[in-house]
Design a protein around this ligand. Structure first.
Ligand code: PRP
Ligand code: URA
Length: 209
């Protein structure tokens, strides 16, 4: 699929195998979501632009390169996306953070938006949208819609597990938004859960069930 980047790193595969296991504790689940998100963030920043600067090492002056850290914003989709925030913030600690609140209606599977708060000047930043699960793609499409309406031009979507059905939908609606995913799973089941997936990411991160 165009503009879908699946990580095939052995470290990710190892961590995913523990994350998916139904016997993994809430504590370990959270730690793994954080670690996998850090690796996804590295992947998503592979094309980051650097500014040339001059510094002085204890030995001599040199030209080197730095990121413009004011260029970025992270936006987790509540609730489960919050679990990824710690990981990406540890990679880019000065990024601004917004929040989009969404849940899937249990019968229609349509996303319901209940919260939207983003940093001032968001239209001038590159936004990394965070959600561990991309199932039907409805939540991702609505979140991207909201950001585009705010004038955001550069968006990347970071998710841990995705379904081919949802990836196709997001790709069709927004071919310009790259999707970085740790793994593309087999399919959705009749309840629109990802198979084999990991169950309900929000419940497993927050221990609600
Ligand atoms: C989950 C997940 C995504 C959405 C994915 O959230 O974190 O936001 O479902 O499904 P979709 O691709 O079919 O839209 P959920 O509705 O369970 O809310 P939660 O994060 O509050 O648990
Ligand atoms: N949301 C989840 O948390 N898990 C799925 O498999 C699908 C949507």
């Amino acid at each position: 699929m165009k503009n879908v980047i699946e990580s095939n790193h052995p470290l990710i595969e190892h961590k995913l195998s523990i994350l998916r296991d139904k016997n993994t504790s809430t504590k370990e689940f959270r730690e793994l979501v954080k670690e996998i998100s850090m690796i996804l963030c590295y992947e998503a920043m592979r094309d980051a632009k650097l500014d040339e600067i001059q510094i002085e090492t204890p030995i001599k002056k040199m030209k080197t390169h730095r990121l413009n850290e004011d260029h970025y914003a992270f936006i987790p989709i509540l609730r489960a996306g919050l679990g990824m925030l710690d990981g990406v913030i540890s990679v880019l600690p000065t990024a601004k953070v917004g929040h989009i609140g969404m849940y899937r209606d249990e019968t229609t599977y349509e996303p319901i938006n209940y919260f939207f708060k983003v940093p001032d000047g968001i239209e001038n930043r590159e936004v990394f949208l965070l959600d561990p699960m991309l199932a039907t793609g409805g939540s991702a499409i609505d979140a991207i819609d909201l950001l585009k309406k705010k004038g955001v031009e550069k968006i990347k979507f970071l998710c841990i597990i995705s379904a081919p059905e949802g990836l196709k939908q997001v790709n069709k609606a927004y071919p310009d938004v790259p999707i970085y995913t740790a793994c593309i799973d087999e399919k959705l089941n009749e309840n629109k859960y990802i198979v084999p997936g990991l169950g309900d990411a929000g419940d497993r991160i927050f221990g609600t069930k």
